[in-house]
Each structure stands twice: as C-alpha cells, then as structure tokens.
Design a protein around this ligand. Structure first.
Ligand code: NAI
Length: 346
C-alpha cells in the first residue's frame, strides 16, 4: 500500500463504503504541506479494488505536484468511486460520498473529474461543505474543463514557439486523443488559432462533430498516437505514453490534459531519447484546479481566473530553461521542482 513504485508516502487514505447506496470509494490525501488536499473525484469501473487504490494513490500524488507548481495554497488529494454495476440513486450515492469527504474534516476538498458532473457537486453540498466546481447563478463557478483546456492551449502555443520554432499555431498539426470535456474545448481553441486537427475518440458522435464543426481529420483510436503531426495532445485517460506507443510517435511536442500520461518515469527518458519534448501533464493541466480553487476561496472572477491560468505558459518556458541547464528530462525536472515546493507557501 505505501511502497508502490514512484510513490511518496500518503498522509491518509480513507476507504469508504455504504451498503445502502452501493458506495465504495477511496479518498487519498497525499500531502497537506501546502494546505488542505484539493483534487477531483473520479467515477470509474475498475478491474479490481487494487487497481482503484493504485489510481487514487497516483492521482492524489499528481495533485500535490500540480497544486504546488500552480502555486496554489493547497495540498494534493483525489478520490475515486468504484462505479457500481447499477447506480440505483445517483444523488444518494453522492450524498454518501459527501459524508465520507466531510468525515475528513477539511483535510480533503473535492470537485469534478472523469465520470462526475457539476450536478453531482451541487447535490453533495447537502452533506459536505468541502466541495467546489459548483455552478452558481450570476457568480463564478462550475465546470473546470474549459479552464483546463485553456491552460493546455497556452502550453501548446508556448511549446510550439520554444520547441518547434513556430510563432503561431497557424498550420501546426495537432493530434487530439479524446474529445471529451477538456478535449473538445481544446480542439475549439486550437481550431480558432489556425491549427490543423487530427482527432480520435471512442465516441463516434464526438468525432463527427469535430469533422463537421472544426474541419478535423478523423483517425482510429489505435492510430491517433502515431499520427503524422507536430503536436500530440493526450486528453483521454492515463498511461498513453508507454513502451509500445513511444517508438511509433511522430509528434515532436506532447502536451495534453490526461493525468498520468507517462506509464513510468523511464518513459519520459525514452521520449527525450527520441527527441520528443514532453510537457508534464500536471504542469499543463492545472487550469481546472486553479479555477475550482479560486471558486472555493470565493475569489472566482472569470478574467482573473483566465489570467492565472495563462501563467502556466510561463512555467512551461521556465521548465524548458531548467531542462536545458540541468541536462535532464522535463518529467524529472518538473518532479523535482514540484517536490521542492511541497512546503507551506510563505
Ligand atoms: P471526459 O471523460 O469528458 O473525456 C474523455 C474522452 O476520451 C471521452 O470523450 C472518451 O470517449 C475519450 N476516450 C476514452 N478512451 C479513449 C481512447 N482510447 N481513445 C480516444 N478517446 C478516448 O474527461 P475530461 O474531463 O475531458 O478529462 C480528460 C482527461 O484530462 C482525464 O485524464 C482527466 O483526468 C484529465 N483532466 C481533466 C480535468 C478537467 O478539468 N476535466 C483537469 C485535469 C485533468
């Protein structure tokens, strides 16, 4: 439990079960060094409980690094709900999950992730105050995905300039794996900036929409990673950059929203060896947590949030400088940089 490879120990892990609603959840608090652990809740059908635990531990550790690099006064945590075969009453399931969040007395604050919606967060307010990502009439709040997409977009823009020598994204070819909440918004930003899109999603309707509305070229889900493009943006699930996929990649720059894109740290080295620049996921996909963190602190205002998200591009530039001066890989440099920030902010 506490000694998985690549894992720093976690402060607290809560296993929560509720027979009535069928809730089985894992709430992982990785670090509260910078403040309460903040990170979304994922609902997923895992092969087994160990796989769910592994996901919660990896994702919560990633949140510590993400929140530290984004300069947020929050630590890292994440929750996963093991998707029941049948959800009898979704509101009751999330009410039970909210009680589990509440039992940590503020050590963990939750929000949306894959498989959860703004409606889930809204409903959960009945059982916990430690929840964000809530739509509020006439006020800032709600779905973090567009902000995540914007952060990835500015990272691609800056990366294209610094790595590919492209002053704009006009004509730059970008492959998007996944056209979900983040991927779709990212596709729109890229299209507006003149990029040429190659897309894949398991959901054919999303692909068709991108073809019709954004002039995207569609390829199969097994071809997207090796598409002949300048930039690859993984926006589906984790571990897409692995021993099988890396030798087939043609992109020279990788920046996407998916958490835990590298299957192992060694895969980051393999990318570097192939001359591919990988912008670490937790650096570029912090837009959503920046948004829900501001909302939670009552400092949410659209322009201010977008301006804070745009700062991610400066961190991309700083990371690339550090990579040059330290002669290491972006993944390892970002990791050490983030870990050095796992202390209470001044
Ligand atoms: P989503 O569930 O809305 O979208 C994922 C999309 O990927 C879906 O359209 C799905 O059909 C597609 N997909 C699944 N497997 C695929 C495959 N093998 N090939 C191609 N497409 C595939 O999720 P969302 O919110 O867009 O998140 C995407 C990733 O970004 C996740 O890894 C998530 O953890 C991460 N992330 C999301 C944030 C947010 O604000 N929503 C914030 C930070 C990270």
């Amino acid at each position: 439990l506490f000694g998985l490879p690549d894992q720093a120990p976690h402060e607290r892990v809560l296993l929560a079960a509720d027979e009535e609603t069928g809730l089985k959840a894992i709430l992982a608090v990785h670090s509260t060094a910078r403040g309460p652990a903040f990170g979304g809740c994922r609902v997923w059908s895992y092969d087994n409980e160990l796989a769910a635990l592994n996901d919660a531990l990896r994702l919560s550790q990633g949140m510590s690094l993400k929140n530290a690099l984004a300069n947020l006064p929050f630590g890292g945590g994440k929750a996963v709900i093991l998707k029941p075969a049948v959800i009898k009453d979704r509101a009751a399931l999330f009410a039970a999950f909210g009680r589990a969040v509440q039992s940590l007395e503020g050590a963990y604050i939750t929000a949306e992730d894959v498989g959860t919606t703004t409606a889930d967060m809204l409903g959960m307010q009945a059982t916990t105050q430690f929840v964000s990502g809530i739509p509020r009439a006439g006020a800032f709040g709600g779905d973090p995905s567009p902000k995540t997409a914007y952060g990835v977009f500015v990272s691609i823009e800056r990366g294209a300039r610094l790595v590919l020598g492209r002053e704009s994204l006009e004509g730059v070819r970008v492959a998007l794996q996944g056209l979900g909440a983040v991927g779709w918004h990212l596709a729109e930003y890229l299209h507006k900036a003149g990029a040429k899109l190659v897309v894949a999603d398991v959901d054919a309707a999303k692909v068709q929409r991108a073809q019709e509305q954004l002039g995207a070229q569609a390829v199969g889900i097994n071809e997207i990673l090796s598409a002949d493009v300048d930039v690859l943006a993984p926006c589906a699930l984790g571990a897409s950059l692995n021993i099988q996929s890396i030798p087939t990649l043609k992109a020279k720059l990788i920046a996407g929203a998916a958490n835990n894109q590298l299957a192992t740290a060694a895969d980051g080295d393999a990318l570097q060896a192939r001359g591919i620049t990988y912008l670490p996921d937790y650096l570029v996909n912090a837009g959503g947590i920046i948004s829900v963190a501001r909302e939670y602190r009552g400092e949410g205002e659209e322009n201010a949030v977008m301006a804070e998200v745009a700062l991610i591009a400066n961190r991309v530039a700083e990371l690339l400088e550090r990579v040059k001066s330290e002669g290491s890989t972006p993944g390892r440099v970002a990791d050490a940089w983030a870990r050095s920030l796992l202390v209470k902010p001044a």
